[in-house]
Structure formats: C-alpha cells, structure tokens
Write a protein that binds this ligand. Structure first.
Ligand SMILES: [Zn+2]
Length: 177
C-alpha cells in the first residue's frame, strides 16, 4: 500500500509506514500522543481492540484508551480507579455534610414547632382570660363603678357617713387640723 505523506501518531511512534488502511490513523492522528497508549497496552492490543468494536464506537474507544493510559502512567497501582476512589471519598464527605445540614434543618424545625406550641398555649391563656377586649371592658366597668360611688358620696355628703374608703383614708390626717 502507498505511504501517506504524514504518518499517524501510532505509525510514527512505531516507525512504520502509515498505509491508507491503517487502523490507528483515524483515531490517533499525527498530532495526538500515542506513546502512553502504546506503553500501557501495546500497539497490537490497541489494533485488536479497534477492530473488535464497531466503527462508530472506535473514536470513543481511542479516547478512553488514551485517558486510561495517561491515568495508569500517573498512578500505576490504581489508574482510573484512583479517581473513582477519590470521587467515592468526596461523595462520603458531601454525604456527611448533607446529613449534618439535614439534622440542622430538623433541629430548626423542632425549635419553630416548639415556639408555635408556646404561642398556642399563650393564645389559650388569653382566650381564658378574655383577651385584650375583655381587659378593656373590665377596666371600663371598674371606672363606671368608681364614678357611681363618687356620685353617691356627693349625694350623701353631710347626711350620712361617706361610704367611700378614700374619705376614710383621709380621716387620720384631719386630726392634725
Ligand atoms: Zn498509521
């Protein structure tokens, strides 16, 4: 087969002629790094995998292999699983934080419920007491009784002993006159 003017990354890396039917060429173009994938999987394994999947999925496979290879070289023990472990850790951290916030919300809700119950009890007390209107009515009644008493005292002045305690209270002071 005739060689292309610019070999793909795989052929360039392997120092092979890049043919028109090169399995790597569409997925590992000249500008894309191939060395990571080659180091981790080997060229023949990559070629085998590319041939095993349908053409429309080959780009995803190449991207996935490149990512996996890079992660494997960064973390030889865990590879991509290292990221999974880290994400699991973060998930745990955020789950605990979420649970803490949920407990806080429940505590606040309990406080609000308690205050509502206190308000209900106070309303009950006020209802039994008659409420502000009843207090006003009682004060008005008390004022009316006081007025009547004063009027009776005026009418009886000089005839009978005053019936108002206020006058009685004044009596001891009259001795000084
Ligand atoms: Zn090639």
């Amino acid at each position: 087969m005739p060689s292309l003017t610019s070999p793909c990354a795989a052929c360039k890396f392997r120092q092979r002629n890049c043919t028109q039917g090169c399995v790597f060429a569409p997925y590992f173009p000249a500008e894309q790094r191939f060395s990571n994938v080659f180091h981790v999987y080997g060229a023949s394994a990559v070629a085998k995998m590319l041939n095993e999947v349908s053409p429309e999925r080959r780009k995803d496979l190449a991207d996935s292999l490149a990512y996996h290879a890079e992660m494997r070289l960064i973390d030889p023990v865990n590879g991509c699983f290292g990221e999974v472990l880290e994400l699991r850790l973060w998930k745990e951290v955020y789950t605990l934080e979420l649970q803490r916030r949920e407990r806080e919300i429940l505590e606040r809700q309990a406080e609000i419920d308690q205050k509502r119950r206190i308000v209900e009890v106070l309303k009950g007390v006020l209802a039994t007491y008659g409420g502000p209107a009843a207090v006003d009515a009682a004060l008005n009644r008390a004022a009316a009784v006081a007025d009547d008493a004063a009027a009776i005292a005026d009418d009886d002045a000089g005839v009978n002993e005053p019936t108002i305690t206020a006058s009685d209270a004044d009596e001891p002071t009259t001795t000084s006159r």
